[in-house]
Design a protein around this ligand. Structure first.
Ligand code: AMP
Ligand code: ZN
Ligand code: ZN
Length: 349
């Protein structure tokens, strides 16, 4: 449908079960949509590295919380390419006593509950250089960041009290970033977070009704941006945010951390392209990405509808009262229009 002829429409998505109101009248043309909130803090392009005040720069390792592991660099270069470190200001503490299993029942129980703030909060420093963004790395470089995530998630999965690991990246102050140097984070929690439970319940409903996984079922070419042998990048049918992108494994796979070298290269190349396109189309917007995987130790009967994916959300508008009150989002850009713009955008220049 042509953009001009569209009227408002409400759609519900089959992964989060969220209603989204598409209201083109609430925005300028989607092609004009740009971030008014240039990424801040942002790396200083061309800045001399290391930056004097940045503990994530090479040479300032002693100012960081302890290192968990590093990906070494060739001997003539910086001593490392990627570092996974403990968060100096962790939301959950690895030295707290883990809650006993009966304190966090797997199926959850209604009502209030409090457990000690045990968990793991790690930072992944994606490059030793202050002036390099994730999508400035080559596809192999992004692959290695993804493999570092997967390696750390596998380590955390070994801990009997860790139920889920949320991998995420904040880029830009209004996306929640406090550090400009390119990095991402992960939190290993002793409970299954509510968004994960809602997602799995919603996908189960679809599976029970249709026999299909919500993500394997996606076929529409109208919302496809780009594909590789192993992954598809789409704007989801009921995207909550303008220019939201999902990168989905084409095979039904429940756990991100099982990714192998070849698939990580494929994903790295697609993620790089999508971040380049967002930066070009939307004026280097603040954004978040999140890896939506599956809780550890889930019963095998749940795996047929549990399919991991990576969600990228550019932050172009603030969440208002309607969204907070109702849990519904208003999106001025129809997914088919956003997908067409992103598909046709040449990101090599
Ligand atoms: P963000 O706030 O999303 O930019 O993530 C940066 C994270 O790095 C925050 O959660 C900080 O707590 C953490 N952090 C800041 N300084 C250090 C440091 N010197 N060593 C380890 N973690 C740090
Ligand atoms: Zn730095
Ligand atoms: Zn699937």
């Amino acid at each position: 449908m042509a953009e001009a002829s569209r009227t408002s429409e409400a759609r519900r998505d089959s992964v989060f079960g969220r209603w989204v109101v598409f209201s083109p009248a609430r925005s300028r043309r989607p092609t004009d949509l740009k971030s008014h909130n240039p990424t801040n803090p942002s790396p200083d392009p061309g800045a001399e590295a290391p930056k004097p005040s940045c503990p994530f720069c090479a040479g300032r390792e002693s100012e960081c919380a302890p290192e968990i592991f590093r990906v070494p660099a060739p001997p003539e270069a910086s001593p490392w390419r990627i570092r996974v470190i403990e968060n100096l200001y962790p939301a959950l503490r690895r030295d707290a006593e883990p809650p006993a299993p009966e304190e966090v029942p797997p199926d959850g129980e209604p009502g209030e509950r409090a457990v000690r703030g045990f968990g793991f909060h790690d930072v992944v420093i994606e490059t030793p250089r202050h002036d390099v963004r994730l999508w400035d790395l080559d596809a192999e470089g992004v692959r290695d960041v993804l493999l570092a995530y997967a390696r750390r998630v596998r380590q955390l999965a070994e801990h009997p009290a860790v139920k889920y690991v949320q991998v995420f990246k904040n880029h830009g102050a209004s996306a929640g970033a406090s550090m400009a140097h390119s990095h991402s984070q992960m939190l290993g929690t002793p409970f299954v977070p509510p968004c994960v439970t809602t997602r799995l319940n919603c996908m189960k409903e679809v599976f029970d009704r249709s026999g299909n996984c919500s993500l394997c079922e996606i076929r529409s070419k109208d919302i496809l941006i780009s594909g590789t042998p192993n992954f598809s990048a789409i704007v989801p049918f009921a995207a909550s945010y303008p220019f939201e992108i999902w990168i989905i494994p084409q095979q039904h796979i429940s756990y991100f951390h099982e990714i192998d070298h070849d698939k990580a290269l494929d994903l790295g190349s697609l993620l790089k392209t999508m971040l380049q396109k967002l930066s070009k189309q939307l004026n280097d917007p603040p954004f978040n990405f999140m890896i939506h995987s599956t809780p550890f130790g889930l019963s095998s009967s749940c795996l047929p509808y549990a399919h991991w994916f990576l969600q990228i959300v550019p932050q172009l508008s603030v969440i208002g009262g309607f969204e907070i009150g109702s849990g519904c989002y208003i999106n001025p850009v129809f997914p088919e229009d956003a997908a067409k713009i992103m598909r046709e955008l040449d990101c090599l220049t």
